[in-house]
Design a binder for this molecule. Structure first.
Ligand code: PLP
Length: 431
């Protein structure tokens, strides 16, 4: 039934109707570590993947399962795996395909934490990440060799806000057996990467999906359309016997369960062994947030657009960064991929550079000064000294962070109050 429903409806209904024993309508928080098996055959079948079911909350939980089904349904994917953070989602999404000696190709326009993970931690684990300009799809091809297992971009890169050419990149990778992984954290509902050929979508659910700044979480969505077996030598982790699971070949094992080889391995190997499980309580909080996402996203977009117009009218603002100010091919990509709106993030630079930007943030009264985006409340930060401070000057430049860059995550307050706070803070630092 859910196939025919709209995202607004799926956000309220997918994956859950009512508790069979009590009739409870709100998803229960199954705060349990483990589950009573019916008998020893049942336990053995679950462990042998002959039957899917609850074994232990590190690898699956009924509350978390509702979140996974709901996000997969909204995204148009086959299945999902919720995790303890967006960072875990990005890491597992890559580690599920690449091992020591392998590489992936990633766009440079990334959240600072993802940059660090790719440039340093994955490198230490023997996985090389080759960075390319995501605006040039052919650059992904040029950086690819026989050991390339995946390509990676952010739809609406935080904080560069230049939309990635998802369809163009995905179409180049598919004939080579290379899936495109898309971090859609800044653009849930407004961009639909799977519709454009992406194979996998990752989110930090900490942001817009949770939406209220209460819970850290992440999720990986398996689109279910990528043919992992077409070029088996390209994806050895899914096509060769896995000694950690009595020699199972994941593309074979998934056949009875659906087009879920990728997400099945992520759960049964990475989540089992590395253990970044989302707590059932956080799954509940994120589900609660997700129910109103279709209402919140348009308001974030609308308020952000008004902030852009306001900033463009200020003589002390020398540059505004927002998908709507792009020109040429970037503007075309904005229209194609952000079909549901331009998102809630706005960047700008003041005439006085970094010092003026920092003074502006200190003068804000309504906006919170926090390292987060996608909260219902309006937020501001200076990325060069915070979220991207662990990057070198060159790396900051590559990810779109200049010394004077101020990032706003425009919230759901009344627009007059948002603009009043921006006005008083700008006036306070006016040269
Ligand atoms: N991806 C993007 C685009 C982000 O902005 C963030 C966090 O800011 C993450 C991933 C990491 O998510 P988390 O903080 O939930 O680990």
């Amino acid at each position: 039934m859910t196939d025919r429903l709209h995202p607004e409806t799926l956000a309220l209904h997918a994956g859950w109707r009512a508790d069979p024993s009590t009739g409870a309508v709100a998803p229960p928080i199954y705060q349990t570590t483990s589950y009573q098996f019916r008998d020893t055959d049942h336990a053995a079948d679950l462990f042998a993947l002959k039957e899917l079911g609850n074994i232990y909350t590190r690898i699956g939980n009924p509350t978390t399962d509702i979140l996974e089904q709901r996000v997969a349904a909204i995204e148009g994917g086959a299945a999902a795996l919720a995790l303890a953070s967006g960072q875990a989602a990005s890491a597992y999404a890559v580690q599920n395909l690449a091992r020591v000696g392998d590489n992936i190709v990633s766009g440079t326009d990334l959240y600072g934490g993802t940059w660090n993970l790719f440039a340093n931690t994955l490198k230490d684990q023997g996985i090389e990440v080759r960075f390319v300009d995501p605006a040039d799809p052919e650059a992904f091809l040029r950086a690819t060799d026989d050991r390339t297992r995946a390509w990676y971009v952010e739809t609406l890169p935080n904080p560069k806000l230049v939309v990635a050419p998802i369809r163009e990149v995905a179409a180049l990778g598919r004939p080579l057996g290379i899936p495109l992984i898309v971090d859609n954290t800044a653009a849930p509902l407004i961009a639909r990467p799977l519709d454009h050929g992406a194979a996998i979508v990752v989110y930090s659910t900490t942001k817009y999906i949770g939406g209220h700044g209460t819970s850290i979480g992440g999720i990986i969505v398996d689109g279910g359309t990528f043919d992992w077996e077409a070029l088996p030598e390209r994806q050895p982790l899914l096509n060769t016997p896995d000694p950690s699971y009595h020699g199972v070949v994941w593309s074979e094992a998934a056949k009875a369960l659906g087009p879920i080889a990728y997400i099945l391995r992520a759960r049964t190997v990475l989540l089992r062994d590395l253990g970044a499980a989302l707590s059932p309580f956080n799954a509940f909080q994120i589900l609660q947030g997700l129910e109103t996402l279709p209402l919140r996203m348009p308001r974030h977009c609308e308020n952000a657009a008004k902030v852009v117009t306001f900033l463009q009218g200020r003589p002390d603002v020398v540059r505004v960064i927002h998908p709507s100010v792009q020109t040429g091919i970037q503007a075309e990509r904005t229209t194609r991929y952000l079909s549901g709106g331009h998102g809630g993030l706005v960047g700008f630079e003041l005439e006085g550079g970094g010092a003026a930007g920092r003074a502006f943030i200190n003068a804000l009264k309504l906006f919170y000064h926090v390292a987060n985006i996608g909260d219902a409340r309006s937020l501001a930060i200076h990325p060069a000294s915070t979220t991207h401070s662990q990057l070198s000057a060159e790396e900051q430049f590559a990810t779109g962070v200049s010394e004077g860059y101020v990032r706003l995550s425009v919230g759901l307050e009344h627009i007059d109050d948002i603009l009043a706070d921006l006005t008083q803070a700008l006036d306070a630092v006016a040269p």
